[in-house]
Design a protein around this ligand. Structure first.
Ligand SMILES: [Zn+2]
Length: 398
C-alpha cells in the first residue's frame, strides 16, 4: 500500500524550514531580465545537502539556467513525479510597495514579497520536502524542474522540451505549481504576442495623397483583426469550459507618427492572441500577417517602393487541456483528497509545453491566487503554504 513521501525527520519540522527557504528565495531579485544563477546556486546547495544532484540547462549567454534534479531514481533514469516552477518574477517598477519587495515579511496570516504567490511559495514547499526526503524509501522518483523567463513567454521551458521528450516511459506526470489557490486545474487558453511594423517615407502633408500612410495601413490591419474577432465570437470554435469560450485578438499597442502636417514614417501595432485549445494561434497570426504583407503592403507599394511591413513574434505560450478523467489527474486528486471538480483558468502556464509538446501528463496546482500575483505587496496565505506542504507530502511515492 503506497504511502506519502517518506521524510527523514518529523514532518512537522517542514513548515518553519519552508518559511526560511522562502525568505531566501524572495531575497534573490530574479526579475525575468536578470540572472537567476544566485538563486539556482542556493537551491543546488539545498539539494546537495540531501544527496540530490542536479543538472543545469543554460541559456546561450550562460546568464540563466533551468534546473532539473531527481531524488530516488538511483541509476534507473526514472523521473517519476515532476514538480515544476519558474524561477523568475515580474518587475516591481512603477508599483507602490509598502516595503522592500525582495525582503520577505511574515504576518500572522500572510507572507508578503515579490514572488510569494508566483511562484516562490511553491518552490519553497518543494525544497523543504526535498531537503528531507528519504531517497532510499522512495519507490517512485521525485523530480524538481525549475525554469527561467516564464513571465516573458516560457523561454526557459521551451529549451527543455527536447530533454523532457527523452523522459517518455520514465515519468508519471507533472504538477505545475502556479497559483491556483490549490485547485487542480486541467486547462487554460494559449497566447501569442506579435508586432507588425509598417514603414514608408516621411513627407510634407501636402504630398499625402501621393504617399502610403503607415498609420492608415495599420488601421486596415486592425480592422481586419476586429472582423476576425467577430467571426470567432459568432462562429467559434467555441469551448464552453471557459468563461469567455472563444479566441480573441487584442490590439494592445499602436504607436506612430509625429504631427498632423507630416506623412508618418512608420507605425507599430502590437497584439496578443488568446486562443481556446484546438484553435491554433499560429493560424490566427498567419491570417493577420498574410493580410498585412499581402493586400496592405501591395497597396502601400503602389505609391512608394520603399514601403515595408515587418513581422515579429514576441512570445508564445501554447494552450493547455488534459482530460479531467486522465489517470494522472485522478492520481493527484485522490492524493490531495479533493472533491472539487477540476478547473479551467484564464491565465497561461508552462503546462501547454509540458503536456502538449513533451507529452507529460500535467495538472496546475499551487498556493496563492492569480489575483495576488504580479501586484504590489504580493502575498500568499500561510494557510495555503501549509496546505501545499501537506498536499505535496501526501503523494503516494513510497
Ligand atoms: Zn507564474
Amino acid at each position: 500500500m503506497p504511502t506519502g513521501i517518506p521524510i527523514l525527520s518529523a514532518a512537522d519540522d517542514l513548515y518553519p524550514s519552508m518559511l526560511e527557504i522562502l525568505a531566501r528565495l524572495v531575497g534573490f531579485d530574479t526579475t525575468s531580465h536578470k540572472s537567476n544563477l544566485e538563486m539556482i546556486d542556493y537551491i543546488q546547495d539545498i539539494l546537495d545537502g540531501n544527496g540530490i544532484t542536479s543538472e543545469l540547462h543554460w541559456n546561450e549567454e550562460r546568464t540563466k539556467a533551468n534546473l532539473v534534479a531527481t531524488a530516488g531514481a538511483g541509476d534507473s533514469g526514472g523521473r517519476g513525479v515532476v514538480w515544476s516552477a519558474h524561477t523568475d518574477v515580474v518587475p516591481v517598477d512603477g508599483q507602490s510597495w509598502s516595503a522592500d519587495p525582495f525582503a520577505l515579511r511574515v504576518t500572522e496570516s500572510v507572507a508578503i514579497g515579490r514572488g510569494t504567490a508566483d511562484m516562490k511559495g511553491f518552490i519553497a514547499c518543494c525544497l523543504a520536502i526535498l531537503s528531507r526526503v528519504d531517497q532510499d524509501r522512495l519507490t517512485t522518483p521525485l523530480t524538481l524542474m525549475l525554469t527561467y523567463e516564464e513571465e516573458v513567454g516560457c523561454v526557459g521551458a521551451r529549451r527543455l522540451v527536447e530533454e523532457m521528450r527523452t523522459w517518455e516511459g520514465h515519468v508519471k506526470g507533472c504538477i505545475v505549481g502556479e497559483p491556483t489557490g490549490l485547485a487542480v486545474v486541467v486547462g487554460h487558453k494559449g497566447k501569442q504576442n506579435h508586432r507588425i511594423t509598417f514603414k514608408s517615407e516621411p513627407k510634407h502633408a501636402a504630398l499625402a495623397p501621393q504617399m502610403p500612410n503607415p498609420i492608415a495601413s495599420a488601421a486596415s490591419v486592425i480592422g481586419h483583426a476586429q472582423s476576425l474577432n467577430e467571426t470567432f465570437r459568432s462562429k467559434g470554435p467555441h469551448d464552453d469550459r471557459f468563461d469567455i469560450g472563444h479566441s480573441w485578438i487584442n490590439i494592445g499597442r499602436v504607436d506612430g507618427g509625429v504631427k498632423p502636417n507630416i506623412v508618418p514614417e512608420d507605425c507599430v501595432v502590437e497584439f496578443e492572441i488568446r486562443n481556446v485549445p484546438g484553435h491554433g494561434c499560429d493560424g490566427i497570426a498567419t491570417a493577420i500577417n498574410l493580410f498585412a504583407t499581402g493586400e496592405v503592403l501591395a497597396d502601400m507599394r503602389t505609391r512608394s517602393d520603399l514601403s515595408e511591413v515587418r513581422l515579429k513574434q514576441l512570445s508564445d505560450t501554447p494552450p493547455f487541456s488534459i482530460d479531467p478523467a486522465h489517470e494522472f489527474v485522478t492520481y493527484v486528486r485522490d492524493a490531495f483528497g479533493t472533491e472539487d471538480p477540476p478547473q479551467f483558468v484564464p491565465f497561461g502556464t508552462e503546462s501547454g509545453l509540458i503536456w502538449g509538446l513533451a507529452g507529460i501528463p500535467t495538472v496546475v496546482c499551487g498556493p496563492g491566487t492569480i489575483t495576488e500575483a504580479h501586484t504590489a505587496d504580493e502575498f500568499v496565505l500561510l494557510e495555503q503554504l501549509k496546505q501545499c506542504l501537506q498536499y505535496l507530502g501526501s503523494l503516494p511515492l513510497a
